[in-house]
Design a protein around this ligand. Structure first.
Ligand code: VGL
Ligand code: ZN
Length: 198
């Protein structure tokens, strides 16, 4: 069975949001068009406590975009985003929520960021997504959503590493592109590690 994974299609990643991905809203109609083609649709939701340590606001003297060390890992500092229970953390209002079978929340521990829908950035804890897919007999996953160069990338890389036949749906991804070329490099890295690009 093949599943569709919708990565972080949330208000804060849409134009006007706290961590807006340029043209992020364009993935919503793509998701809505594709959802009926899949037997199983899973959505990830970035879901941070208000004192999450990926937020620049938590580190005096540090600004958004700087890289610091948190719990031994490099951490890019982001604006406050996807705070649990806030409108910014909700799924895009036009996304077909009725078509989503299961939601995986990630980044819930204040100390650990979690770009991937499968594991936190240090691969210390699983979110449950891998087990969920396995239990349902999923062998292949198609991945789309936001953002190409962070959460989509690391979700696809973990999927392929876990043994799922993994495809990136390029039409349905948009990236942050902090540096020019980040999205292209992310896609190249996914290909290198065995992700098919459709
Ligand atoms: C994301 C940065 C921080 C993403 C989430 O969804 O790509 N990026 N948190
Ligand atoms: Zn986040």
């Amino acid at each position: 069975m093949k599943a569709l994974i919708l990565v972080d299609i949330q208000n804060d990643f849409l134009p006007g949001g706290a961590l807006a991905v340029p043209h992020g809203d364009e993935v919503v109609p793509v998701a809505n068009r594709l959802i009926p083609d899949y037997e199983l649709v899973v959505a990830t939701q970035d879901w941070h406590p208000s004192d999450h340590q990926s937020f620049a606001s938590q580190h005096d003297g540090h600004a958004v975009g700087e890289v610091i060390t948190v719990e031994g890992l490099d951490q890019i500092l982001w604006p406050d985003h996807c705070v649990q229970g806030t409108p910014g953390a909700e799924f895009a209002p036009d996304l077909n929520l009725g078509g989503i079978d299961h939601v995986i929340r990630k980044g819930t521990d204040r100390l650990f960021d979690s770009y991937s829908g499968f594991y936190d950035n240090g691969h210390r804890k699983a979110t449950g997504l891998g087990d969920y897919l396995e239990q349902r007999g999923v062998a292949a996953v198609d991945v789309m959503g936001l953002a190409t160069d962070y959460c989509v990338k690391f979700t696809a890389l973990d999927a392929v590493q876990l043994g799922f036949e993994t495809r990136l749906l390029v039409e349905g991804v948009r990236g942050v592109e902090l540096k020019p070329g980040d999205c292209e490099n992310a896609i190249a890295e996914m290909r290198r590690q065995g992700v098919a690009v459709a």
